[in-house]
Design a protein around this ligand. Structure first.
Ligand code: AMP
Length: 273
């Protein structure tokens, strides 16, 4: 285990590459209303100066994969709003609120879910952001309204973001990654039929379960998602640049190469802040 000391004297933690500790994120995925007995299997211990990161970038740049890798390196929780919607979509119809049913329809079309629904969902899980050893937000915020709500919450709790990492990739590569993406229905490992194919077609290398194509990775939905990104999410780059939080990382290459680029940036940041 290594740590990087910021000038304010509080070490920020990096955990060895071979760490296997993994949070199952039950509290984030299920939320407080569904089953109050649901508890995460492992929660990062509270550090004095935990990492609180936002991952930005168009759909398909690999935010989810990086969030999973970073989670282990930084000992923080991976909080993905898309994963909350997908988990809700697997529950029986009668367990879904009207707002969640509507949200899932937006998602199927590749459109953004309205801010009010997304914020309600994040707000009721806010203990995952404020009472935890650190977090990596993936897919949230996605609009200026959501970014303002997050800023207010952080200010109310006297917390601040460590950085906002913006993953950059040319459009043609984004489309190739999205259309080729296949996800394991059990362990959620991500493959790509072109760049990172599984050893056996349609079967997960790690757990042997079936791989599926996300409904919103179909060509019609991809176009809608990329338009929504340009219109609503890209303006966040300027928003976070103005707050002095933006760090850009080129998202080309393998997940491990991108991870190294990311942690290099974070190490620099930790030393210079
Ligand atoms: P993701 O897995 O982050 O790509 O999210 C999948 C889909 O969930 C998006 O295309 C949206 O329909 C919906 N979604 C996830 N997060 C948000 C958000 N922060 N704001 C609006 N819609 C979201």
């Amino acid at each position: 285990m290594t740590s990087v000391t910021a000038s304010r004297g509080i070490p920020r933690k990096f955990v060895g590459m071979n760490s296997t500790v993994k949070n199952d994120r039950i509290e984030w995925l299920q939320g407080p209303a569904s089953d109050s007995s649901a508890k995460c299997s492992t929660v990062p211990v509270e550090h004095k100066n935990p990492w609180r990161l936002v991952l930005l970038g168009a759909p398909g740049v690999g935010k989810g994969t990086q969030a999973e890798l970073l989670t282990q390196r930084l000992d923080a929780c991976h909080l993905s709003t898309g994963d909350v919607f997908r988990a809700a979509g697997k529950r029986p119809d009668c367990d879904q609120s009207p707002a969640m049913k509507a949200a899932l329809e937006y998602m199927r079309r590749g459109e953004l879910v309205p801010d009010s629904t997304v914020w309600e969902m994040v707000r009721e899980r806010s203990h995952c952001l404020v009472g935890c050893g650190g977090f990596i937000l993936d897919g949230f915020p996605r609009t200026l309204g959501q970014a303002e709500s997050l800023k207010e919450l952080m200010e109310q709790e006297s917390l601040s973001l460590s950085a906002v990492i913006n993953y950059e990739l040319p459009l043609d590569e984004i489309v190739q990654r999205l259309s080729g993406r296949r996800t394991c229905e059990k362990c959620k490992a991500v493959f790509n039929v072109k760049d990172r194919p599984p050893k056996v077609e349609g079967v997960c290398d790690h757990c042997g379960a079936r791989l599926f194509q996300r409904e919103d990775d179909r060509p019609e939905a991809i176009t809608v998602r990329l338009e929504a990104y340009e219109r609503s999410t890209a303006p966040l780059i300027e928003f976070y640049k103005n707050l002095g939080l933006l760090v850009s990382v080129v998202a080309k290459g393998s997940p491990d190469e991108i991870l190294v680029r990311t942690t290099d940036q974070l190490e620099k940041l930790a030393v210079n802040t």
